[in-house]
Ligand binder design. Structure first.
Ligand SMILES: O=c1ccn([C@@H]2O[C@H](COP(=O)(O)O)[C@@H](O)[C@H]2O)c(=O)[nH]1
Length: 273
């Protein structure tokens, strides 16, 4: 999917919500455990109930890898289900990969070609030759970790390197990479106060913003400081939506939570006009 197509979907749905599919078998409704593939059964119901309220889904691969080969099969079924039934949805493999060049190429093939995701999250710390292999794929997006939502973000990301915070070095340097037009960046909703300065460096790049809901980030603050003229935001909520209920009504409860966020997003989008 191109960035222009993503922006068009945001305006059509009046939403820049990304729903995180972080499936933990200890948290899903018990009746689904009788299904042959409980993870996929859960995802399918969540997706069918919420697809009209969001523009993106983000399975975090850790939640699938934790279940071994069965988990990987559930991930594959989930992305195929999305691509077949909801081709206008932007898909994010939250895998936080990155390695020496030939290995990064294999990661990119795995997520873009084999699984068919639109984007993958990548850690920037092995540098240019670890990121550019992902950028070589047409109409696929590489989402670099810039300033993450967790407390440990302050361990390294805000430290000065050549008189500039490391996360700013990541933003400035990555803009020079071949294929940089397909870069997006992760900035935590818990770091909203940094967004004005981030926007001075990358005025129009899309930001994937996790950390609203369970982690305490505030949607209005993210929009106030982080929204660009092309919207430029995908705000993610995982636990706050998918675990709204663990009863039979779980998918409706998830849709209600998603709608609450979508309504707030509509108000923010109206301010752009
Ligand atoms: O800085 C980051 C980068 C990634 N994440 C991931 O996003 C979701 C957040 O889940 P919630 O349940 O909405 O808190 C999860 O997959 C994280 O691994 C992040 O939180 N912060």
């Amino acid at each position: 999917m191109t960035t222009e197509q993503l922006v068009a979907q945001i305006h059509k749905k009046q939403s820049f919500l990304c729903i995180g599919l972080d499936v933990d078998l200890t948290k899903i409704p018990q009746h689904l455990l009788k299904e042959e593939d409980p993870i996929f059964a859960f995802n399918k119901e969540i997706i069918d109930a919420t697809h009209h309220l969001c523009v993106a889904y983000k399975p975090n691969t850790a939640f699938y890898e934790a279940y071994g080969i069965k988990g990987w099969v559930s991930l594959e079924k989930t992305i195929k289900y999305l691509n077949t039934n909801y081709p206008d949805i932007f898909t994010i493999a939250d895998a936080k990969r990155g390695d020496i060049g030939n290995t990064s190429t294999m990661y990119a093939k795995a997520f873009f070609e084999d699984l068919g995701f639109d984007s993958v999250t990548v850690a920037p710390y092995m540098g240019k030759d670890s990121v550019e292999p992902f950028l070589a794929f047409k109409d696929k997006h590489t989402i670099l970790l810039a300033l993450t939502s967790n407390a440990g973000a302050f361990d390294y990301q805000t430290k000065l390197v050549d008189n500039k915070e490391l996360y700013k070095q990541v933003l400035v340097t990555s803009k020079t990479y071949k294929g940089a037009e397909n870069l997006m960046y992760v900035v935590g909703a818990t770091k909203a106060e940094y967004l004005s300065e981030i926007r001075q460096i990358i005025p129009n790049s899309f930001l994937l913003v996790p950390g609203v809901g369970a982690q305490g980030g505030n949607l209005a603050d993210v929009c106030k400081y982080g929204m660009s003229s092309n919207v430029g935001l995908l705000i993610n909520s995982s636990r706050g939506i998918i675990y709204a209920s663990n009863n039979l009504d779980f998918a409706n409860a998830a849709a209600q939570k998603a709608q609450d966020l979508q309504k707030q997003m509509k108000i923010e989008l109206d301010k752009l006009n």
